[in-house]
Design a protein around this ligand. Structure first.
Ligand code: ZN
Ligand code: ZN
Length: 358
């Protein structure tokens, strides 16, 4: 973990800040290894300027998890204990303006001496998190493999006449049984017209034979998330319309995957998949981006979308998930999780994508 703090320290001069106050818990975890629910870190340019503060509930945990930082126990407010580690003289202190509330900002301003200038610095740690190291790739791969296994076990019970909610509960408990800390997000199981809602919640409605069922699920393992979507035919072959849309989404998904390589922009990767859906007359039925980064958070940078400003690089982990949603009729989404390699990508999940009757 300490090499991550060093990389952060190296990034401070170009942002013209002397130290960064890290309050976002995901960023604190990334930098220190601490997994508790209350903790902050301060990282300055010099190796001696690494301080971690938590409260008394987490002292033992912090001793085990946090190395290379001066550890302090905060009393009422963790900020009181982190500030003595600030460098001398005039200090430009970066803080995560995307994470600090107006109230916390006011509190910070009152605690800080005049010589300290607060500088909005969000995105600095997120920038480091973009490219995964080998250990992170291994953890996400393990999370994806676990999620695959959980789905296959769940599908062994078939889909027809189970409710969407029953399938979601079975899948989530299987994720946990196999070792996941929790699902990456609320599992989506949506069939028939309900599948046309990209973020549908599972209902107490039985899955009908012949319908298409979209399942979007993932598990968190060792802090890292996975994310995958498959659309199945329940009980028997779906309608011709269903087969046609499925084939289109699969073709778009493969085109999106083909576009994933270092140097490619997130915008171009999105366009590669979107062009096929547009050409088939479904421009308005694919209303979300092609994909997103996955790591400690299930949705993080980079983005693959029309508005993306990201450029892909080896070691990034992204999803490729086009969908076509026909309101009142059906929906199909197919999502894979991939790591960008030196010359393309490698799949982290392995469930086949041909239209399958379950
Ligand atoms: Zn997903
Ligand atoms: Zn996703």
């Amino acid at each position: 973990m300490i090499e991550r703090a060093e990389r952060l320290a190296e990034a401070l001069p170009e942002r013209e800040i002397d130290a960064l106050l890290v309050t976002n818990l995901v960023n604190v975890r990334y930098l220190t290894g601490y997994t508790g629910s209350n903790g902050i870190a301060l990282v300055g340019r010099e190796p001696g300027q690494r301080r971690f503060v938590t409260d008394f509930r987490y002292v033992t945990q912090a001793q085990e998890q946090v190395q290379g930082y001066e550890r302090e126990v905060g009393e009422t407010d963790l900020l009181d204990s982190v500030l003595p580690a600030l460098p001398e003289g005039d200090v430009r202190l970066g803080f995560d303006d995307a994470d600090v509330s107006v109230r916390a900002f006011d509190r910070l301003r009152t605690l800080l001496p005049e010589r300290v200038e607060l500088v909005p610095s969000s995105g600095l740690v997120e920038g480091l998190r973009l490219v995964k190291d080998a250990d992170e790739v291994a953890r996400i791969r393990a999370a994806a493999e676990l999620a695959d296994a959980a789905l296959l076990t769940t599908l062994a019970g078939g889909l027809v006449s189970r409710t969407e909610r029953d399938v979601a509960i079975a899948l989530e408990s299987e994720l946990r049984r196999l070792g996941a800390e929790r699902p990456s997000f609320d599992t989506i199981v949506a069939h028939g017209p309900h599948g046309a809602l990209p973020h549908a919640s599972p209902r107490d409605v039985e899955i009908a034979a012949g319908s298409l069922v979209t399942i979007d699920w993932g598990g968190v393992l060792d802090g890292y998330a996975s994310d995958c979507t498959r659309t199945y035919a329940a009980g028997r072959e779906p309608s011709e319309r269903g087969r046609e849309i499925y084939a289109l989404v699969l073709q778009a998904q493969l085109a999106g995957l083909d576009a994933v390589r270092p140097g490619q922009t997130g915008k171009a990767a999105d366009a590669a998949a979107r062009a096929l859906i547009d050409a088939a007359g479904h421009r308005e039925h694919f209303g979300h981006g092609l994909g997103h980064g996955v790591g400690l958070e299930v949705h993080e940078a980079p983005r693959l979308s029309k508005a993306s400003t990201s450029t892909l690089a080896a070691g990034q982990i992204v999803t490729v998930e086009p969908g076509v949603y026909l309101p009142g009729e059906l929906g199909v989404r197919i999502e894979d999780l991939v790591v960008v390699t030196d010359d393309g990508y490698e799949l982290l999940n392995g469930i086949p994508k041909d239209l399958t009757v379950v």
